[in-house]
Write a protein that binds this ligand. Structure first.
Ligand code: UDP
Length: 235
């Protein structure tokens, strides 16, 4: 395996599958199976999952809700998704721990970096819930932050497109995919990989990002093996 410790970032929307809202159990099971495959290869896996399928802070704010209040609702949404994923992984007999940035003792451990690393060393999948615990951030930022904290080799951003293109491939059929691209090129070309806060945090800490299609069976294992799947953003 090319990577020994990974941080997998999944968007909340990905969990919707074909639905308009919430969680699609079939999609959840597929993800659990994909994750299990890499765990079985001895790869240490940490996961951050978004909450956009349930609630987005900015959406609340645009409807007149207090932004900070909305952001906390968004963070709680990520905990709901984290619990769902934890349950799906355990169904596949993968050992897991959930740690949250906002303490909720009855359902998860608090985030403790050393403890998270210990879990990883023991082969447990660690899910980080509640984002960074702060409003005005995204789960992409949480993913990069946790990845740096646990010394992950790479951040894997699972999406529904298979990489970074010269233009939005869902809108422009002449768009061409990059296999490799530098952080600087992404900036100069104005491409969107993550929000700027997350992106620059990754760049400053020399943490490569791989954007890949998580919905294609076997792709996660391929990425972790070092196969040429998706787009790698590097220094
Ligand atoms: N959020 C936040 N701080 C964080 C992470 C998330 O306030 O550190 C809130 C924010 O309101 C965001 C929502 O949680 O809109 C859901 O997260 P995100 O949009 O990143 O999820 P995704 O789009 O990946 O599903």
């Amino acid at each position: 395996m090319k990577y020994k410790r990974i941080l997998l970032k999944l968007s909340g929307e990905a969990l919707m599958g074909g639905r308009q809202y919430g969680i699609d159990p079939a999609r959840l099971k597929e993800y659990a199976t994909e994750i299990k495959q890499v765990v079985e290869k001895g790869v240490e896996v940490a996961i951050v999952i978004g909450g956009g399928n349930i609630f987005r802070g900015v959406a609340g704010a645009s409807n007149g809700m207090d932004r900070v209040q909305g952001d906390y609702m968004g963070m709680l949404a990520t905990v709901i998704n984290s619990l769902a994923l934890q349950s799906a992984l355990e169904e596949e007999r993968v050992f897991t721990r959930l740690q949250t940035a906002i303490t909720m003792e009855a359902i998860a451990e608090p985030f403790i970096r050393r403890r998270a690393v210990r879990h990883l060393e023991k082969g447990r999948v660690v899910i980080f819930g509640a984002g960074t615990g702060n409003p005005y951030f995204t789960t992409d930022s949480a993913a990069v932050l946790r990845a740096i904290e646990i010394n992950a080799d790479v951040i894997l951003k699972g999406t529904r497109v298979d990489g970074i293109y010269t233009a939005d491939p869902e809108k422009d059929k002449n768009a061409v995919k990059f296999d490799n691209i530098t952080f600087e090129e992404v900036m100069n070309k104005g491409l969107k990989v993550m929000d700027m806060t997350a992106f620059t945090l990754s760049q400053e800490n020399e943490l490569p990002i791989i954007v890949f299609d998580m919905n294609k069976k076997g792709n996660l294992l391929k990425v972790v093996s070092g196969d040429n799947v998706g787009t790698t953003v590097n220094l």
